[in-house]
Ligand binder design. Structure first.
Ligand code: PHE
Length: 346
């Protein structure tokens, strides 16, 4: 039986070599791989062979089948080339006809916005740094002045990792914001620092028009001697003017985040109702785009910076919110539902 298969292989290969058009290729396929081919008969007959024989023949026959299929595919390619060459020679193929248009890929709107914002901040002297999306609880909360069991943790709907330490706690999570990178960066260098951190963040959230469970933030912070709230405001207003244009109204007011003191939020007038009040802006006329503030002295001391010498500001903005405001997009879920009709507009 094995020598029969060998014979088949030799015969099939030598015939395949002389095949030069699609019809004889199809005939070859039917003869050697078709339902009535010898090989198929052998494979079908395996069941009636004694076990030892069956195993050997089965392996060899299957190997031959795969081999023939691969050879067929390779020959198909060669035949296609032969055909094209023949067509050109006979003048049937007009190579001067215009080709089929190739569709050109583009960057996702989030990536475009991320680059645009990074450009604005790098032109102001900020450096771009990235960090881990799976984060220790210490960096996401503890080091940012949000101790275990503190109610401030409820400000972030958290996705904990299924991993427990010896105290039975879950010390790892999908980062709920990019702020943990403030700590990681400050731990590893000395002031002055001026850094932005773009990246994905995760929340345990029921999605709706303005909430996604995964979205992008850009963190930014600067620590040096003599940095004041005026520097923060100046930086953010300049940023918003460059991104949205001079006509846009901005609002700066108090807010609370445990890792800054004082804390502020910045809002822009609603793109849909221009401030009159509508459903999108919850009838307020404003859409919040970022949280910010002066880095809390506790946070500075924890990373070994002397709060009597250094001060700093920090902010965290939601990237998709920026896109929604800039282009009047009403549903955040459009960004990650992969609908080309939406994505092609950018
Ligand atoms: N990390 C905060 C959030 O996700 C935003 C923030 C960053 C606030 C930096 C103040 C300073 O909501």
């Amino acid at each position: 039986m094995i020598s029969k298969l060998e014979e088949l292989r030799r015969q099939a290969l030598s015939e395949l070599d002389s095949v030069e058009n699609p019809e004889s290729l199809e005939n070859w396929r039917i003869r050697y791989l078709g339902r009535k081919s010898e090989l198929t008969q052998i494979l079908r007959g395996l069941a009636s062979l004694p076990i030892e024989e069956r195993r050997k023949t089965g392996a060899a026959a299957n190997e031959l089948r795969v081999f023939l299929e691969t050879s067929l595919a390779a020959r198909e390619e060669a035949v296609r080339e032969i055909e094209i060459a023949r067509s050109i020679k006979e003048g049937r193929l007009d190579v001067t006809l215009p080709g089929r248009p190739v569709s050109i890929a583009r960057l996702h709107p989030t990536t475009q916005m991320l680059r645009q914002i990074s450009d604005i901040f790098t032109s102001m002297g900020f450096e771009v740094v990235e960090g881990p999306e799976v984060e220790w609880e210490y960096y996401n909360f503890e080091a940012l002045n949000i101790p275990q069991d503190h109610p401030a943790r409820d400000m972030w709907a958290t996705l904990w990792m299924d991993y427990t330490d010896s105290d039975g706690r879950h010390p790892m999570l999908l980062r709920t914001h990019t702020s943990p990178m403030q700590i990681r960066v400050m731990e590893s260098r000395q002031p002055p620092v001026r850094v932005i951190v773009p990246g994905k963040v995760y929340r345990y959230e029921a999605t709706d028009a303005t909430h996604e469970s995964m979205f992008y933030q850009i963190e930014g912070f600067a620590v040096d001697t003599n940095i004041t709230l005026a520097d923060l405001k100046g930086t953010l207003f300049e940023f918003a003017r460059r991104l949205f244009g001079k006509e846009r109204k901005m609002r700066f007011r108090c807010d609370y985040f445990p890792f800054v003191e004082p804390g502020v939020e910045m809002a822009v007038d609603c793109f849909q109702c221009s401030g009159a009040g509508c459903q999108l802006c919850s009838e307020t006329g404003w859409i919040e785009i970022l949280g910010a503030g002066m880095v809390h002295p506790e946070v500075l001391s924890r990373v070994g910076y002397d709060p009597d010498v250094y001060t700093g500001f920090a902010f965290g903005l939601g990237l998709e919110r920026m896109l929604m405001l800039k282009y009047g997009i009403e549903d955040i879920r459009l960004f990650y539902s992969n609908d080309l009709r939406f994505l092609k507009q950018f």
